[in-house]
Design a protein around this ligand. Sequence first.
Ligand code: PMV
Length: 362
Amino acid sequence: MLNYDNPKLVIETAKLEPGSITWRSPSNLAIIKYWGKYGLQLPKNPSISFTLENAFTQTTLEYAPKVNLEQGIELEFFFHDEPNEAFQKKTTGFLERLSGIFPFLRQLKLTIRTQNSFPHSAGIASSASGMSALALCLCSLEDELFSSLNEDEAFDQKASFVARLGSGSACRSIFGTLAIWGESSDVEGSSNLFAIPYDEQIHDNFKSFHDDILIVSTGEKGVSSTAGHALMEENPFAQPRYLQARQRFSLLLTALQKGDLDAFGKVTENEALTLHALMMASNPSYILMRPNTLKLIELIRAYRRESKQPVYFSLDAGPNLHVLYPEGVIHEVRPFIESELVPFCEESLWLPDWIGEGPVQI
Ligand code: PMV
C-alpha cells in the first residue's frame, strides 16, 4: 500500500529563506460520477472527468521559518484578499492531518492567498480546483525544500494523492484533458489512491470539447457532498449503482476511443440524472435541481431532437447545468445557448468553458 508518510522531511529552520509558490488549478466535470466512498476518501467506483480550463482556483502559499515551534500548524488564510476564518479553520485541520506526509509544515509560518476565476458564490463547485491547487503548492514546497519530487510522474501522483485527501474529485484536476480515478481492470495503472491522465486513447472528437456552465442558482447547497456521500451508505440502490457505474465506465471508454458522440451523450446525461436520482432516493431525500434545471434539460433535448446537433448536458452535485458539445458545432450551438438557455440562468450568469490542459505553476 502506497504510504507517503515521511518523518525525514524536516528542515533546518535557521537556514530557510522565506518564499512563496503559486499554482493555478482547474475544476473538473465527471462524466462517470464518483458518488459513494469508503475509508479515507476512497471511491466505490471508478470515475472519469473532463478537466476544465476557465473555472480555476489560483493559490499562493507563502512560507517563512516559524518563531514558536511548539504550536501546530500556523496559518493565515485570505480568500479574494479578505481574511477568511471558515477556510482558515478548515485548511488548518487539513494541514494538521497531512503532517505525517509533510512534517515540515509544522515548522513554518504559512499564509495562503486564494481566489477563484468564477464569481464568488456563483454556485460552481470550487473544492476540486481549490484542493488541487493547494496540493500542488504543498508538493512544490516539498520539492523546493528537499528536491524530492523532481520527476513529473512522481510529483503528479503525490499531488493527486494529497488532493484526494482534501476532496475526492480534486485528485482528477491534477491532469489535463481527461482523468480517471478509481481501480478498473479496463485501465492499466488505475488506482483508488490517485488519479491518472487519460488522453492518449481519446478520439479527436473529444479533445476539444466545450463545457459551458449555466448558473441556475448561486445559492448555497442545502446538502453538502460530504453528507451526500454518507447517505449512500444506507441507500437501497447503492450496490446496483456501483455495478452500473463500472459497466458504464467501460462503455464510455469505448465511446471515447471510437469518437462515438451518440453513445457518449446517452451515458453522460444518464449519469447526471442518476446522481440526482440517488439523492432523491436517499433517506432523508433531497433535491438539488431547481425548476430551471429541468427547463434547461428539456430545451437542450428538444434542440437536439430538432437540430440533430450533438449537444448534451451534465450536472454536478448542484442545480447548475453543464452544456457539452464538440468544437465543430460551436457556430450553431453558441447562439442557441445565448438566446434560448441563458435567459433561464440566475441573472443571465454563465461561464463558457472547455477541456483544458491542466494546472500551471505561475
Ligand atoms: O469530491 P467531492 O467529495 O466533492 O464529491 C464530488 C462528487 C461529484 O462532483 C458529484 C461527482 C464527481 O465525480 O466529481
